[in-house]
Write a protein that binds this ligand. Structure first.
Ligand SMILES: O=C(O)[C@H](O)[C@@H](O)[C@H](O)[C@H](O)COP(=O)(O)O
Length: 241
């Protein structure tokens, strides 16, 4: 596990954007699973502002680790957020954008998306392999849309699952833990003081931390990198400040 700690959310977004663009340089195609959340939003802004014309976006295929079961025009849609902050500002072929259809029946859509991943990506022991999975972490320790009250979905036999938000009851389609841990690389983007307690529990492996789905992220053979801001890293033992 590699921990990278930066001053604030903006610096996390800038550093991660540079990191991503660097990785794209020597690749012919690159399959990335995006995340919703507030930090990716800034990452998309930075990518659009700094790298719109500087990257061959046609070699990048975009997927999502999770999506809310709402139409693509809904403000809750992760796809909509990405269109507004990134796709509308870069030159990426429509056929490279593989969205989860939040407007469809969740169970059918989870099956369709799992099938699409199985067809489009290389597979390791049958599990689709992303080049990179970008994850956020909720204040409750959830990641993608695997929440603590449904932690069993992590090991679900289907590569995509239907999850339910614990408070709103909103349905979501999410990749499962096997797909996350089969990726060549997994990056957490976690910022803000409200995350500090869970970050400390997970990184320092404190007792009971295995109840948080984010603690189960442990790529089989790939890299795991945490991009944190100082607030999110404030309680870490490793953190000198
Ligand atoms: O669609 C979602 O809700 C996300 O994929 C979710 O897992 C998110 O990444 C975290 O809730 C962190 O969100 P923030 O970046 O806003 O803290």
């Amino acid at each position: 596990m590699d921990l990278k700690i930066y001053k604030d959310k903006q610096e996390v977004a800038e550093q991660f954007s540079n990191y991503l663009v660097d990785q794209l340089k020597d690749k012919e195609t690159f399959h990335v699973a995006l995340s919703g959340g507030s930090t990716p939003k800034i990452v998309f802004d930075v990518l659009a502002d700094n790298f719109a014309g500087k990257v061959d976006w046609s070699k990048v295929h975009f997927y999502w680790g999770d999506e809310r079961c709402v139409p693509p025009s809904d403000d809750e849609s992760n796809y909509k957020m990405t269109v507004e902050h990134l796709f509308s500002k870069i030159d990426v072929p429509e056929e490279n954008i593989h969205r989860i259809l939040g407007e469809k029946d969740p169970a059918n859509e989870a099956m369709r998306y799992a099938n699409l991943l199985e067809i489009n990506l290389d597979r390791i022991e049958g599990v689709p392999q992303f080049d990179l999975v970008i994850l956020g972490m909720g204040d409750d320790g959830h990641t993608a849309s695997i929440f603590p009250h449904e932690i069993d979905l992590w090991d679900a036999k289907d590569h995509c699952v239907v999850a339910t938000h614990p408070d709103s009851g909103q349905k979501r389609v999410s990749i499962n833990g096997k797909v996350i841990n089969t990726a060549k690389e997994v990056v957490f983007l976690v910022t803000g003081a409200s995350k500090a307690e869970k970050v400390e529990a997970i990184v320092d492996k404190t007792e009971g931390s295995d109840a948080y789905p984010a603690s189960l992220v442990n790529p089989d053979s790939g890299n795991l990198v945490w991009f944190l801001d100082e607030e999110a890293a404030a309680k870490l033992n490793q953190n000198p400040s």
